[in-house]
Design a protein around this ligand. Sequence first.
Ligand SMILES: NC(=O)c1ccc[n+]([C@@H]2O[C@H](COP(=O)([O-])OP(=O)(O)OC[C@H]3O[C@@H](n4cnc5c(N)ncnc54)[C@H](O)[C@@H]3O)[C@@H](O)[C@H]2O)c1
Length: 348
Amino acid sequence: MKNILVTGGAGFIGSHLCITLLENNYGLYVLDSYLNSYPKAIKRIKSICNINGIKYKNKLKIFSGDLREKKSIENLFNFANNCGESIDSVIHLAGLKSVYESILNPLSYWENNLISTINLVDVMAKNNCFTIVFSSSASIYENKKNLIDENTKIVGLHPYANTKIALEKLLNDVFISDPNKWRVANLRYFNPIGAHESGLIGEDPSVNTNNIFPRIIQAASKQIRELKIYGKNWPTIDGTGIRDYIHVMDLADGHLSALSFLNSNKPNIFNINLGTGKGTSVLELINIFEEINKVKVPYSFVDRRKGDSAIVVADNSLAKSLLNFVPRRNINSMCRDGWCWHLKNFCN
Ligand SMILES: NC(=O)c1ccc[n+]([C@@H]2O[C@H](COP(=O)([O-])OP(=O)(O)OC[C@H]3O[C@@H](n4cnc5c(N)ncnc54)[C@H](O)[C@@H]3O)[C@@H](O)[C@H]2O)c1
């Protein structure tokens, strides 16, 4: 059995990824500080495993700690060594992720995202672990083309993107320092939404979110009065911005494909888009959400936000050809599963 360290494993993407990895018989070491998540996510992972007959006992080891403190990572690797196990790869999701918050508080973003990763890579190398899958973001791209491939110009429009750009560069430098050892995948996510089909885990940020999908859920469930749509005169079919939404369980599968590719090829580094290649406008997303879930999503229009763009959709041909990865779930499932998660968890 291969063991993987999942940093940020209690978070939105991390918790879904843990299910997929356990289902595929990996042993997991999860490290999270619960800065933007709750320990109950781990209980929910175990419940889903129990319901779906996925074995997790002796395969799921949970550590509470902050990656900014190198000791917390060293302790985890030492624990594995003392159990006679090795950590073969790392999937590094832990980080702060709000664009808006990063503009207000850039230092905390640089501090958290950079220091965590430097500590992690240092401890990995000292423990002969040279395989890392890193959560990067499509927000690093210049938004001038409609279909964005991996060679699109990289620009830092805000501190959050700047930290992702810096971390990709850092991993590239580390790779170059020993290209016969390191295996690195920078996964550039587009817009992950939805939830596990059980409705037991989903996006549950402990800090305020500006992401559209949680805001749609908040508007539909009357937690906020209405959804604010930024701009109604973009050059798109209905005037609202078009984005590439990917089901979070498909995103989890993308990690599995990237990891298998890294492990079955010689040491390598690659950057790859994880998206569906299909665009959906804000109004289309709202309409589908309303129709599938039989709820109303009140909304109003406000001015465009600085730095936003009309259309951001992945050219995902590299993920198809290199990793053999094709997302399977459609927007309807994303809307249904996301709402089901809300109903099961916040309406009792
Ligand atoms: N969700 C998105 O839309 C999206 C898009 C592109 C990229 N990403 C990236 O994917 C990764 C995961 O995103 P998510 O949506 O699951 O976010 P999330 O906030 O739900 O999960 C991140 C997890 O990392 C933990 N964490 C943060 N800093 C930590 C630290 N110093 N030490 C230990 N744990 C720490 C948090 O407690 C949280 O559980 C992030 O790196 C994010 O930047 C997310």
